[in-house]
Design a protein around this ligand. Structure first.
Ligand code: NBP
Length: 487
């Protein structure tokens, strides 16, 4: 009997997804390339190891693998993003039949997915580019899965993908059709960007507690555990509580022994680049990405720390009061970050004609993935309201929340600045917020400067929008205007 689905790439994600599928009663074919010099025997190791006795058939020949799958074939690729996916597709195309479906579950760039959907469809097959979040644990026990691409493929892959997805607290699978082309991977990219933002914000909350309040790890851990019972309830807050109190074999707190130089794999950076391409502010995630880069310049920071000898005020704080302010800063900044992220999704949807369903995306992220949180329910509800908010921070519920959080947030940022303690994401969010609620900004001067040195023209407050003026500022400039090339 032929199998229900094929899976290519038996690294950590592929193995666990195959086991997850099998546990939901799907028959699975698995394949991994065998290349001399690269680890060999990957398929045998899996089939005779973790997959032993299970409904999983292993193949080392890609032809046999494809032939073993029931038509229309569903073949999920879990290989390294980039050229590996293209190489595999080229190997698969001659072996497929019309109507077969390729699913790329890796962290591919959405523009690659745009291209791959078109190419695959031109050959009479279908292509699904799907973000999969949740790491190893999610892959095995339920991930957040964000599929997009060939819509005709969805009814075929839906039962399998939804069965292996995490279930939100109300039982709905964290997997829904996202939209056409590379939209699934775009949504996954923004998810990862938001993850960068959340992690930086939690890092700043921890740092203020440690540096200004001198709280010990157990105290900080219990504050995060406490926050995890309320509106900030989320996976990242939960693991932070666990990390802070975790002791290594030598008996000390491990977090205190970890070098403060953060790594990154690129999806945060992609989010920012694409937001810039769309002309959208995504400052909080950009700050988080840049802070990782700055953290990695450890040597420079050590030299600069010696050169400037900056220090703290040693002020005396009312600890419970300042902890409340940290909470306000964390919650409000997180709101700004999600508002920025969803605004980018909306803009991408309008620009590329994807018709993204924002509440559905918020609901998909409630389980399985790294940014899963209670608060995504509130976001879905806000976007579903009859009067759809133009921006998340204009939703009535969040407007009230922001008003309550603002005093503590402001105080925390101002006090951290006086203390010379960096809180770049808290302050980036606060500055974004103040800019957003300002009906006038100094951009009039920027426009004047642009026109002064480059004849870039400007609109006037007292004239119809869309009419562009140029001033001969110096008396000796000409009247020639520059062409407009607005982003
Ligand atoms: P890796 O990203 O490390 O990819 C390793 C797999 O790709 C192996 O099976 C490897 O085969 C295969 N592969 C490579 Br490399 N080049 C190939 C080629 N030219 N042709 C065929 N196969 C090739 O594995 P992973 O960490 O399991 O991630 C898989 C995908 O899922 C990636 O896109 C990743 O970004 C994404 N993802 C990962 C996580 C996570 O937590 N790790 C979470 C979410 C998404 P080999 O054994 O012969 O080298």
């Amino acid at each position: 009997k032929k199998t229900d689905i094929g899976l290519i790439g038996l690294a950590v994600m592929g193995e666990n997804l195959a086991l997850n599928m099998e546990s939901k009663n799907w028959q699975v074919s698995v394949y991994n390339r065998t290349v001399p010099g690269v680890e060999e025997g990957v398929v045998d190791r899996f089939v005779n190891g973790r997959a032993k006795g299970k409904n999983i058939q292993g193949f080392t020949d890609i032809k046999d693998f494809v032939a073993s799958i029931e038509a229309p074939r569903k073949i999920m690729m879990m290989v390294r993003a980039g050229s590996a996916v293209d190489e595999l597709m080229e190997q698969l195309f001659p072996l497929l039949s019309p109507g077969d479906i390729l699913i790329d579950g890796g962290n591919s760039n959405y523009e690659d997915t745009n291209r791959r959907v078109e190419l695959t469809e031109s050959k009479g097959f279908f292509f699904v580019g799907s973000g999969v979040s949740g790491g190893e644990e999610g892959a095995l026990n339920g991930a957040s899965i964000m599929p997009g691409g060939s819509a005709a493929a969805w009814p075929h892959v839906k039962p399998i993908l939804q069965s292996i997805a995490a279930k939100a607290s109300d039982g709905t699978p964290c997997c829904e059709w996202v939209g056409p082309a590379g939209s699934g991977h775009f949504v996954k990219m923004i998810h990862n960007g938001i993850e960068y933002g959340d992690m930086q914000l939690i890092g700043e909350a921890y740092w203020v507690m440690k540096k200004l309040l001198s709280l010990n790890n157990e105290e900080m851990s219990s504050i995060f555990a406490n926050w995890n019972e309320g509106k900030l309830r989320s996976y990242l807050i939960e693991i932070t509580a666990n990390i802070l109190k975790h002791k290594d074999k030598a008996g000390g707190y491990l977090v205190d022994k970890i070098l403060d130089a953060a790594g990154q794999k690129g999806t945060g950076k992609w989010s920012v680049i694409n937001a810039m391409e769309l002309g959208m502010p995504l400052g909080l995630i950009a700050t988080a990405v840049f802070e990782r880069s700055l953290s990695a310049q450890k040597g420079l920071r050590e030299t600069a720390a010696k050169a400037y000898q900056h220090g703290h005020l040693q002020a005396v704080y009312n600890k419970p009061e300042l902890v409340k302010d940290i909470y306000s800063a964390l919650y409000a900044s997180k709101l700004v970050s999600y508002a920025q992220g969803f605004a980018v999704l909306k803009k991408a949807s309008d620009t590329f004609g994807w018709n993204l369903n924002l509440p559905s995306i918020a609901r998909m992220w409630r389980g399985g993935c790294i940014i899963r949180s209670a608060f995504l329910n509130d976001i879905a509800a806000a976007f579903e309201a009859v009067d759809k908010p133009e921006h998340l921070l204009l939703a009535p519920y969040f407007k009230e929340e922001m008003k309550k959080l603002l005093p503590g947030w402001k105080n925390l940022v101002a006090q951290s600045m006086r203390e010379e303690l960096p809180v770049p994401a808290f302050s980036s969010a606060l500055n974004y917020f103040f800019s957003m609620v300002s009906d006038r900004l100094p951009a009039n001067l920027v426009q004047a400067q642009r026109d002064y040195f480059g004849a870039h023209t400007f609109e006037r407050v007292d004239n119809l929008r869309g009419v562009f003026f140029h001033e001969n500022w110096t008396g000796h400039g000409g009247d020639t205007k520059s062409g407009t090339y607005n982003v």
